[in-house]
Design a protein around this ligand. Structure first.
Ligand SMILES: Cc1cc2nc3c(=O)[nH]c(=O)nc-3n(C[C@H](O)[C@H](O)[C@H](O)COP(=O)(O)OP(=O)(O)OC[C@H]3O[C@@H](n4cnc5c(N)ncnc54)[C@H](O)[C@@H]3O)c2cc1C
Length: 417
């Protein structure tokens, strides 16, 4: 019988594993709870109306249509039964496997305060991006109708919690929207007076970058009009704003970019987990004691890898490819290979012509870093049509500051004051 390979999750790790198995004599089943592969690095662009969803998401079926050894199933894996080698889906259906690749990624963590989620959505899925976009653009609408200046100020205060790459990108974009995109569109207030506050518990923005680049990023954010609060811990969030110890920020729009936890699927295997719920894997990405199960991407934790593998798209792709190669080797009776992350650099954008980039010892910022960021993101987008659409939208936005996807749910209700 042809070996059955089941891949759960078709993000970067899962997709690159499936593609790398295209010539392998195996039957592949790819399961995902969405019908699309999502380019998460540009999700903040959908949340801030710079791009429409189809520019950064592609139907999984279309991507894998020509790969005859793949069947795509739309479904959610509920648990993995390693003893009987089955994955149980949301309707109770069991999928038997000979080899399993788990690639379900990560989700938001509110550090034990799940009650904050309703007031401060995170940014992981397209749904999250739509919710944030709605909140941002409707906040300006509410401000135009509000007569009480204190309440209006709360509608015009935007707080982004967490100054990693996503938080920095969000804060920079929100400042650009207020300063440029909406300029001249309101009669009762000036959108340029909107306040964007970026809050970070550590003492610098972009903690994975070197201190000199963190400082460059902070300066670029402040030049855009973002207020950066460092070394400040959030102690409470409700519908009216954010508590930071003794300080209070009255704000109607709060975005959570602070914590990451592994997909809960990992906990169903009954194997040891690392901090954040990630599955501890052997050097060849297999689960200890279960050589038929491999874990890739944000869900995997390799304790022996130095420096630690970062939770980024290139790492997930590289793991996906290696997991596929190791399956082919194992089926042919050859030894498997250990995973080594190849780091080609890190890029974070802050706004128009503003970014920082780290390629080993080479550090760049400003226009050059932004151009490198732009080129890399267009190059790595899945689908030629998407690349073209993004290029055109960005070129237009560059000259006009317009954001092409500002239409929000017309049925959206006014939020409680
Ligand atoms: C907003 C944001 C910005 C980012 N920016 C960057 C960046 O600029 N550069 C960079 O390198 N990295 C960036 N990252 C990180 C990068 O996107 C992740 O490291 C990468 O996506 C991890 O790949 P993965 O395959 O592990 O998981 P993902 O790409 O998250 O894919 C997981 C897949 O599993 C599916 N899934 C989850 N649970 C189930 C289940 N139970 N059953 C079935 N399917 C399931 C999901 O629908 C999804 O398709 C960013 C992440 C986010 C959220």
């Amino acid at each position: 019988m042809t070996p059955r390979v089941v891949i759960i999750g078709c993000g970067f790790g899962g997709l690159f594993a499936a593609r790398a198995l295209r010539r392998a004599p195996v039957d592949i089943t790819v399961v995902d709870r969405t019908n699309h592969h999502l380019f998460q690095p540009l999700l903040y662009q959908v949340a801030t109306a710079g791009l429409a969803a189809p520019a950064i998401a592609e139907p999984i079926r279309r991507i894998l249509a020509r790969q005859r050894n793949v069947t795509v199933l739309y479904g959610e894996a509920q648990r993995v039964d390693v003893a009987s080698r089955q994955v149980v889906l949301e309707n109770g259906e069991a999928l038997a496997y000979d080899r399993l690749i788990l690639a379900t990624g990560a989700t938001d963590s509110y550090f034990g305060h799940d009650e904050w989620r309703a007031h401060a959505p995170g940014l992981k899925t397209l749904e999250d991006a739509f919710e944030i976009r709605k909140r941002v653009f409707l906040a300006f609408e509410h401000a135009e109708r509000e007569v009480d200046p204190v309440k209006r100020a709360a509608w015009l205060t935007f707080v982004v919690i967490g100054a990693g790459a996503t938080g920095v990108e969000m804060a920079g974009m929100l400042a650009e929207i207020a300063r440029h995109t909406l300029r001249g569109e309101f009669r009762r207030f000036d959108p340029r007076n909107a306040r964007v506050v970026l809050v970070e518990a550590m003492d610098r923005v972009l903690p994975p970058y070197t201190p000199d680049l963190s400082e460059r990023a902070r300066l670029q954010l402040e030049r855009l009009g973002v207020t950066v609060w460092l070394g400040r811990k959030v102690t409470g969030i409700n519908a009216q704003g954010v508590q930071l110890g003794g300080d209070r920020l009255e704000a109607k729009t709060v975005v959570w970019c602070a914590g990451v936890a592994a997909s809960p699927l990992g906990a169903t295997l009954g194997v040891p987990l690392a901090r954040g719920g990630r599955i501890i894997v052997e050097p060849d990405l297999t689960v200890p004691g279960h050589p038929d199960v491999q874990v890739v991407g944000d869900l995997a934790f390799q304790p022996d890898h130095q420096p630690p593998v970062p939770g980024v798209a290139p790492a997930a792709k590289q793991m996906g490819r290696l997991a596929a190669r190791n399956i082919v080797s194992a089926l042919a009776g050859r030894p498997t290979r250990p995973f080594r992350y190849s780091d080609y650099g890190q890029l974070a954008t802050i706004g128009r012509s503003k970014a920082v980039a780290m390629f080993g010892r080479i550090h760049v910022w400003g226009w050059l870093a932004w151009f490198a960021w732009l080129t890399a993101h267009i190059y790595f987008l899945i689908g030629f049509r998407n690349r073209l659409v993004v290029l055109i939208d960005w070129a237009w936005a560059y000259w006009t500051f317009e954001r092409s996807a500002r239409i929000v749910d017309l049925g959206a209700r006014r939020r409680d004051d």
